[in-house]
Design a protein around this ligand. Structure first.
Ligand code: ADP
Ligand code: MG
Length: 254
């Protein structure tokens, strides 16, 4: 579904991605973890052409997104929904209008149909009655859910999440994780999640990949990721107090 072929990205003299290879399957939840500054967001941005590699190619299905342009690029980008870090809601629009926005910008659907779809997605994220509220009057967790409704309102095949739980308390974070997982099940989407929260990663990922010094040092299903012998992965697990999958499950039992 999404494929990195020897992707190298540099900023000045700093190599952030160093000949990275990656293949994300349709329907999976692929989670990229790593320390701050490891290149997680940079990786995600390559998938939607917000960045282009110095070398290598990025593929979405049969299309090379890193070399597409014009209508071809638009067609690729329409397959994506995005919940980016700090993806702010427009403060002067109410919740429902924020969710309607992508449909108003990208389609010619009649307004009642746009509203119907927005309400349906708000219900899906548990915000059935919040459409009239203004963004600054709701909690951070609710704002994330509005962002999520906005990301899925165009019915994308692929959803990209950049740090969907950052800045949220642990209880709300776990709720967002469960929501991401239920969207995958109900909408059958392919998801790519970037996070520094290993609990999230190991709970929702079909595979977890760790970026370190420009490379993926581990890429495996959660149970195998936890058993990794790579010292960088072991340190990362230990730093978040995770020894077994049981530790992760416990965090979700509340
Ligand atoms: N547009 C940019 N210009 C210059 N440097 C950048 C840019 N975007 C990211 N970087 C650098 O690339 C590295 C990886 O950044 P990023 O992917 O945002 O890290 P994270 O893993 O925390 O998401 C960092 O050192 C960052 O400073
Ligand atoms: Mg980031």
């Amino acid at each position: 579904m999404i494929r990195f072929e020897n992707v190298t990205k540099r900023f000045g003299r700093k190599t952030v991605l160093d000949r990275v290879n990656l293949e994300i399957q349709a329907g999976e939840t692929f989670v990229i973890v790593g320390l701050s500054g490891a290149g997680k967001s940079v990786s995600l941005r390559h998938m939607v052409r917000l960045l282009v590699p110095e070398e290598g190619r990025v593929w979405v299905g049969e299309d090379c997104v890193s070399e597409a342009s014009g209508a071809g690029l638009d067609r690729i980008l329409r397959r994506f929904g995005m919940l980016f870090q700090g993806a702010a809601l427009l403060q002067w629009l109410n919740v429902e209008d924020n969710v309607c926005l992508p449909l108003r910008q990208k389609t010619n659907l009649p307004d009642d149909e746009i509203r119907r779809r927005a309400e349906e997605k708000l219900a899906l994220v548990g915000l059935r009655d919040a459409g009239d509220k203004m963004p600054d009057s709701i909690s951070g967790g609710m704002r994330k859910r509005v962002g999520l409704a906005r990301a899925i309102v165009t019915q994308p095949e692929i959803i990209l999440y950049d740090e969907p739980t950052s800045g949220l308390d642990p209880v709300i974070s776990r709720q967002i994780d469960l929501l991401i997982d239920s969207l995958r099940q109900r909408l059958g989407v392919t998801s790519v999640v970037v996070t520094h929260d290993l609990y999230s990663a190991l709970q929702i990922g079909s595979r977890v990949a760790m970026l370190h010094e420009g490379r993926f040092v581990e890429m495996a299903p959660p149970a195998d990721f936890i058993a990794s012998k790579h010292p960088v992965v072991r340190d990362f697990l230990r730093s978040q107090g995770i020894v077994t999958l049981q530790d992760v499950r416990k965090a979700f039992e509340t």
